[in-house]
Design a protein around this ligand. Sequence first.
Ligand SMILES: [Fe+2]
Length: 385
Amino acid sequence: MIRLLDFQLSGRLLFGRGALSELPSALARLNVERVLIVTDPGLVRAGLCARVVDTLAGTNIEHAVFDGVEPDPRMAIVERCLAAARDSGCEALIGLGGGSALDIAKITAALLTNPGDVSQYFGVDQIPNASLPKVLIPTTSGTGSEVSPIAILSDVDAHLKKGVVSHRLYADVAIVDPDLTLGLPPHITAYTGVDALTHAIEAYTNKYAHPLVDGFALQAIELINNSLRRAVACGDDPEARFEMSMASTLGGFCLGTVNTGAVHALAYPLGGEFDVPHGVANSLLLPYVMRYNLISNVDRFAHIARVMDCQTEGLSQREAAELSVDAVMELCRDVGIVSRMRDLDVPESAIESMAEAAMDVTRLLSINPRTVTLEAAREIYRQAY
Ligand SMILES: [Fe+2]
C-alpha cells in the first residue's frame, strides 16, 4: 500500500529571472517594515547583499544586515544572529545565500518566538510556536533549503551535523531568482549541484518515495544531468542556471515530504569532523550508496539511468541499474569534484568513528531503502576512500 503523503511547501514561491524585484511587494504583503538580512561576508563582497538592499530603496522598509554566517555553521552563529535580530528590532528575516545562510535565518526566526536555545529543538517537530516571518532567497542551486522545513547545524562538541526539522521552518516566501547564481564559482556550482542531485536520487529511491513526489525527483535528475556541466563550464549561461535553480527547488520539494537517506547520513560525519562541504561529502558517497542500495529496487535505479540518458536498450534491468551509478560518477568527474576521500585529508583511521557517528543519524537511515549496518557503513566509507 502506498503510504499517506503529508505534503507541505513554503507559503509562497516566486520563481524566475528577476524574481528578486518582487521582494518589496512580498514584504508589504507580510505587513513588515523592519527586516534583518541574514547573509555571509562573501555575498556582501560580491555585491549580492547590496542588490537586495537596492530593491528596498524608496520603500518604507528599514533594514539591518547580519553578515556573520559561515559555511556549515556552528550553533554559536545562531546565538550571534539572534542577538543581531533582537538589536535590530526586526519584524521579519531575509535569508540570503546558500543553505547555511537560509538555515541560520530559519532557526533564528523560530528562536525569536520560542524559548531556550537551539539545542532543545534538534529532531523532528520540536518547535511549539510559529516563527517570525521569513523570506528566503537562495544564491546557490543545491540545498533547496528555501522550500524545505529543515535546517542543519554543526555541533562542534559532538563532531556531527544535526538537523532541526519542523513545519515552523518553512519560508513565508521563497524567492528563487536564477540570475542570482550567475556569478557562482565553478567548484561551488558543481558540489551544490550534486547536493541537489543527491536529494532527488535519494527521494526517488528511499522507503518514503511516493508517486506524487517522484515526478519532482525525476525532473530534477533530468535537469541536473542536462545542465550542471554547462553551468560549471559557463557560469553566465542563463539557461543552465535557470534549469539548475529549478532542479534545486524541485529537490527541495522532496526534502520535507520524502527526505533523503544513507548518503546524507554518512555525509554528516564527514562535514562535522572534517569540514568537508556538504555537496562534496555527498558526491563522494553517492555512487557507493547507490551501488549498495541497488538491490532494494532495481527498477527505480534502472529508470534513473534512462533519465540520465544512459543507453539501456537490450540490457537487463539489473544491468541498466548499474549504469545509473556510472552516470553519477561520470557527472561528478566531469564537473571536477574530488572523487576520493583520501584526497581531502581525511585519515583512513577515521572510518570507524565516522561509521559509528553515522549510525546515530537514524531519522535518515531508517528510511534508506536497504538496512545499513555498522559494517555496511564502514564498507561504504572504505569504497569512497
Ligand atoms: Fe543535502
